[in-house]
Design a protein around this ligand. Structure first.
Ligand SMILES: [Zn+2]
Length: 279
């Protein structure tokens, strides 16, 4: 039986989005490796990105095609209190990635909400794939706990999680692991990407905006501490009525990573432990 999602039915009309904003996507910084860094750096930089990381075209270089819902499949999530949700796939995402949406039903009455939720602007989380953190629970980043936090909140309040296949801030898995080598040599998470000749953050949320349009979710409450997600969604025609910050998930292995994210503009309320309940 198909669960009640409480979300607007898929829109059969082509998604109408704004033009890509100049500067919305970071430039690739192509610069030679620093001679003061260890031997691994120039070797990794010379190797270039793994082909899989560049196989897909950047979303903003491809003409718009209508993004439409392809399939909706109910499933039960052990990681979200055995809630039943829907997996949604899409026709024609501009970057040709196999992105998915997970739609959680609006909870039935009886469970008191700590705060009112806006039925017309459901909670939405854009989560970029992190195989090491999401699947293996790597403590080098905070992706796994952020995914768990989002799933718990969405199970409680309803809404949508978009799982975006842009591993390693868009540079791909192998390049991300190359960047880890550079981070272990002293570079921070953004510097390491640049040393590999890639952008500090190549993630692009235009496809996410198109997916939201296809789902009929044009007004959202965004769960994020990354202002760039909000900016990019607004630039592509999604109204972000409110932003809820995620918790801070600190481990002994990710403090430098979180510090770098804070310097990069993420709004991290340090001093507050990561919890299920956002600020
Ligand atoms: Zn991660």
């Amino acid at each position: 039986m198909t669960p009640r999602t409480g979300l607007t039915a898929p829109d059969a009309t082509p998604a109408a989005v704004g033009s890509p904003q100049p500067g919305a996507r970071p430039e690739h910084a192509s610069r030679p490796a620093d001679p003061h860094l260890p031997d691994a750096v120039p070797r990794l930089a010379a190797a270039g990105p793994h082909p899989a990381a560049t196989a897909r075209q950047p979303a903003d270089t491809v003409p718009s095609r209508p993004v439409r819902v392809r399939a909706r499949v109910p499933f039960t999530l052990r990681r979200a209190g055995n809630r039943t949700a829907e997996l949604v796939t899409f026709h024609a995402p501009p970057d040709e990635g196999e992105h998915i949406a997970v739609l959680f039903p609006t909870p039935d009455s009886g469970e008191p909400e700590r705060e009112p939720t806006d039925a017309h602007a459901p909670l939405v989380r854009l989560h970029s794939e992190c195989l090491t953190g999401d699947l293996f629970g790597s403590a080098r980043c905070d992706c796994g706990p952020q995914l768990d936090e989002a799933l718990a909140l969405l199970a409680r309040h309803g809404g949508a999680l978009l799982y975006l296949r842009q591993e390693g801030r868009g540079i791909g898995l192998y390049s991300k692991l190359d960047a880890y080598v550079l981070q272990d040599a002293g570079a921070d998470t953004f510097e390491a990407n640049r040393l590999l000749g890639r952008g500090a953050d190549e993630r692009d949320y235009r496809t996410a905006a198109l997916m939201l349009h296809a789902l009929g979710l044009r007004r959202v409450t965004l769960l994020t501490n990354n202002p760039d997600k909000e900016r990019q969604l607004r630039a592509h025609g999604i109204e972000v009525t409110a932003t809820r910050l995620t918790g801070v998930h600190v481990t002994p292995d990710n403090t430098a990573y979180l510090d770098a994210k804070a310097r990069g503009g993420h709004r991290l309320p340090f001093g507050r432990p990561g919890t299920e309940e956002p600020v």
